[in-house]
Design a protein around this ligand. Structure first.
Ligand SMILES: N[C@@H](CCC(=O)N[C@@H](CS)C(=O)NCC(=O)O)C(=O)O
Length: 208
């Protein structure tokens, strides 16, 4: 098994999900290893001495260890390019830049949505309160940007790209919690959710 992928034990990390989907889409053999974030296992030397940022996901390929999910997916796409392997990013240069923009944006902005609609509310139905005013403003921004990109229930850039998975998971924080989201975006989330690589991740989840 050439790759090891370290993910959180509960399988709720959207960043670990993104890399799991990327490896699965590429058809690369990999072993999943779990890290118990709640007990602080990520800070123990066994993990942190190799994965220097002490966060999941971490990809291990022999003595090469890489963290930061979008760095990993770019590395995989460069290492296993199309046409032999499915492309994780659009072929068109500008569309590829937009896909990377979306990836970077969902990882760096919208913190109130990420906090008030954490992924345990998405995957395990954990209860949550109505969005605060601050989170509502972030949710409106998410809906505004996503509405610009999402043209129909299918993919953003013609063929599927990893940005579809990342955007759909971000939107699912609102959709799965019944927050107000236009039908077009709900349909997009439902469509992306059905992707076999995403389903394979969901099948691994067990509420803690
Ligand atoms: N920007 C990073 C975010 C990774 C991240 O936040 N990982 C969280 C789990 S979702 C983690 O490992 N938290 C444990 C910690 O920071 O101690 C990426 O895209 O990989």
């Amino acid at each position: 098994m050439p790759f090891e992928l370290y993910v959180d034990a509960l399988h709720t990390s959207p960043y670990a999900l993104s890399v799991f989907v990327a490896l699965t889409e590429k058809g690369l053999p990999f072993a999943v290893k779990t890290v118990d974030l709640y007990s602080g296992e990520q800070k123990l030397a066994a993990f942190a001495d190799r994965a220097l940022t002490a966060r999941v996901p971490a990809l291990v390929e022999g003595d090469f260890v890489l963290t930061e999910s979008s760095a990993i997916t770019e590395y995989l796409d460069e290492s296993f390019p199309p046409p032999e392997y499915i492309a994780l990013y659009p072929r068109d240069r500008r569309q590829r830049a937009l896909a990377r923009q979306l990836q970077a944006w969902v990882r760096s902005d919208l913190v109130p949505v990420r906090v008030e609609r954490d992924t345990e509310t998405v995957f395990f139905g954990k209860a949550c309160a109505p969005l605060t005013e601050t989170a509502q403003a972030a949710a409106s921004k998410l809906v505004h940007v996503a509405s610009h990109f999402v043209q129909g229930p299918q993919h953003l850039f013609g063929d599927w790209s990893i940005a579809d998975t990342d955007l759909a998971i971000m939107l699912s924080r609102l959709v799965r919690n019944g927050d107000e989201v236009p039908a077009k975006l709900r349909e997009y989330v439902d469509f992306q959710w059905q992707r076999p690589s995403v389903q394979q991740w969901l099948e691994r989840q067990q509420p803690g």
